[in-house]
Unconditional design. Structure first.
Length: 659
């Protein structure tokens, strides 16, 4: 009897031990990346790239309902590994299709939840999945990012005074602060994406994807100062009008939970993109690969394009026989300019309506006449509105203006990513699609893949764009321009609004409201039309300014806003970047530098072999270091064997169309 009891005790011990600690390993298809998952009293993962540790053991858990912790003393039911090698079409993107190749591990746990892990050749991701029969309340989620060394970071902190008592109210416009992990600003938050700079030229960018019915992820420093921990905005219970011109909703009371949601659902992906080459970060598809497929069966009506924009140039047109401003004559002038230069849209920014009630028009703006005039000239009208005004009557607004012939809306002052606002963004996207309306989400948190799910969303701000040049003289814009392609742009399109025709050197730059100027050269601005992703791309300067600079305008007008192929040629985060994109048989190339002048080599080996191409080239002029508007235009013949050296001026650029 004693022997039987002893054997039983040993078996029981082994069973208990197996539930307390179990290891799993998942490798990327190319074998370079390894995810090690440990299920113990907590669940953690460790990420390695070859011999380098990317992420030290980092815990993950989710607390639901009455403090049930999914991930604490979790009991494994089973696990499954699979390999996926597929592709999907991307009609409104920087390339026609995306290869989606990864290995996946799904671990199913007792208590009706799973965690899915994916290992790609360019990164890793995980998400929680629940299979509860009833709705659940998510109280909190633990996302930990631990590191083995005190690495440098490029971190966008929340720096917004719209509601200093609530850091989760933010315009999501911040430059990147280059600090070590241990130097993370205390008692502050940072938003995603952000970058970690490792040894051996390796870098990682931290992202989230498929953010639906859930708040966005922020990070703060953890107690050990060796990494970061997650923070989320709690669900809003009470709101009041406030913020800029009272166009926001400020939160006066929050719940003690993140969201009440369906019990059976997928939660957002937490993703890390890993690269040995900076330039690869500027052509990454991780968010697209993790996003939900399109919910729209018919997207034939969605027409990307460029937009003549009024606000940045302060409606500043001249040499006309009418008073320029927010009025019908001014907008007809914008439409004439757009039509002449084959610009697809004109946006009517703030002032065309009563800002708190967009069903009431400014009497100086005959909207119906402008829509008809635009239709005659083959130019669509897009209307600006605040989120708050739209949210008061989404169905009525969309139905009314769609019937009038408006093509879309630029929705501003969203400034939050709590679950209530995220749900609102999805609701607006679906209702806009129902009326075949395009959307540009300005004043918006970073995109997380919804642009694939709702392709009628063509653009997002969540970036400190050119508009800030009007009032932030101390910003280092060329540095930022050479940073965001490797970090923010990985999340999705950017409503940066380039196109300044007045350009200034570092020493000469001064902010101006009605005659705004860009930092850096003319060619820097031209190159942004290829480098910055934006299916609905603004032309920020005034028609008068563009007509005075017709050669530059002709160049901008030719650059498409979506592409069939993208090649990231070269680059270094914060220093320079060069990208080539193809549409049909024509290539478009852009290169920019920070305030450091530099020489770059353009290798044309991306061109089809055996064919000759004609390249129209805009390069910084010999005197661009003093007169930033100075450029040289030339046409030359190139082929796949061509290599050319160019000098980029301080804050300079290079732009080409290769036919």
């Amino acid at each position: 009897m004693k022997k039987i009891l002893l054997v039983f005790s040993v078996l029981l011990f082994n069973f208990s031990f197996s539930q307390k600690k179990q290891d799993f390993v998942l490798n990327s298809p190319d074998g370079k990346i390894e995810i090690k998952i440990v299920v113990n009293d907590k669940i953690s993962w460790t990420i390695s790239h070859e011999k380098d540790l990317i992420l030290a053991p980092s815990a993950m858990s989710m607390t639901i309902d009455e403090n049930i912790v999914l991930g604490k003393n979790a009991v494994i039911l089973n696990s499954k590994k699979e390999s996926i090698d597929a592709s999907f079409e991307t009609p409104i993107y920087k390339k026609k299709s995306i290869q989606n190749k990864y290995n996946q591990l799904t671990i199913n746990f007792k208590n009706d939840f799973s965690i899915e892990y994916r290992a790609f050749d360019d990164g890793v991701a995980y998400r929680f999945v629940t299979k509860k029969k009833k709705d659940i309340t998510v109280k909190s989620e633990e996302v930990v990012l631990n590191f083995d060394q005190d690495y440098n970071t490029l971190m966008p902190y929340v720096r917004d005074l719209r509601n200093p008592k609530d850091p989760y109210i933010s315009s999501f416009e911040s430059h990147y602060e280059n600090k070590k992990i241990s130097e993370f600003a205390k008692d502050t938050l940072a938003f995603l994406p952000f970058l970690i700079d490792y040894k051996n030229h390796k870098k990682a960018v931290f992202l989230e994807a498929n953010l639906e019915d859930y708040p966005g992820l922020f990070v703060t420093n953890n107690s050990s100062k060796s990494g970061f921990q997650s923070c989320f905005s709690k669900f809003p219970l009470q709101e009041t009008n406030g913020g800029f011109n009272y166009l926001n909703k400020l939160i006066t009371e929050r719940a003690d939970y993140l969201v009440k949601t369906k019990g059976t659902r997928n939660f957002p992906w937490r993703a890390i993109v890993i690269s040995e080459d900076d330039s690869a970060l500027a052509n990454n598809d991780m968010v697209q690969k993790l996003a939900e497929p399109s919910k729209l069966k018919d997207i034939s009506w969605i027409k990307p394009g460029k937009v003549a924009w009024d606000w940045w140039n302060d409606w500043n047109i001249y040499n006309v026989d009418f008073k320029a401003g927010i009025n019908t004559q001014t907008y007809k002038y914008y439409i004439d300019f757009a039509s002449k230069n084959k610009i697809e849209y004109v946006v009517l920014d703030e002032g065309w309506s009563v800002e708190t009630d967009i069903m009431k028009h400014n009497p100086n703006v005959d909207l119906e006449a402008l829509i008809a005039y635009g239709k005659e000239k083959n130019v669509g009208i897009i209307l600006w509105c605040s989120w708050m005004a739209l949210n008061n009557n989404i169905d009525g607004v969309f139905e009314n203006y769609a019937k009038l012939g408006v093509k879309g809306f630029k929705v501003d002052f969203i400034d939050r990513d709590d679950a209530k606002m995220v749900n609102s963004v999805y609701d607006i996207a679906q209702k806009a699609a129902n009326h075949k309306l395009l959307l540009d989400f300005h004043g918006m948190y970073k995109p997380t893949g919804i642009q694939r799910t709702f392709p009628n969303i063509l653009n997002f701000e969540g970036v400190k764009g050119l508009e800030n040049n009007k009032w932030t003289p101390n910003d280092d814009v060329p540095l930022y321009d050479c940073t965001i392609p490797f970090i923010r742009m990985m999340a999705g399109p950017m409503d940066y609004t380039p196109g300044a025709m007045r350009n200034a050197t570092k020493s000469e730059f001064k902010p101006s409201h009605s005659n705004p100027v860009s930092q850096g050269t003319r060619c820097h601005q031209l190159a942004l039309y290829t480098i910055f992703e934006a299916p609905l791309q603004m032309m920020a300067d005034s028609p008068t300014a563009y007509m005075k600079e017709q050669e530059s305008t002709d160049f901008i007008a030719q650059v498409p806003t979506t592409f069939d192929e993208t090649v990231s040629l070269n680059g270094e985060v914060g220093k320079f970047v060069s990208i080539a994109r193809r549409k049909a048989n024509t290539w478009y190339l852009g290169a920019i530098t920070n305030w450091d002048s530099r020489e770059i080599i353009i290798d044309f080996s991306f061109l089809e072999k055996g064919k000759k191409f004609e390249a129209e080239i805009f390069s910084d002029g010999l005197n661009a270091d003093k007169a930033a508007i100075d450029y040289k235009r030339e046409s030359i013949t190139v082929d796949s064997n061509t290599k050319l050296k160019y000098r980029l001026a301080s804050g300079g650029g290079l732009a080409m169309i290769i036919k």
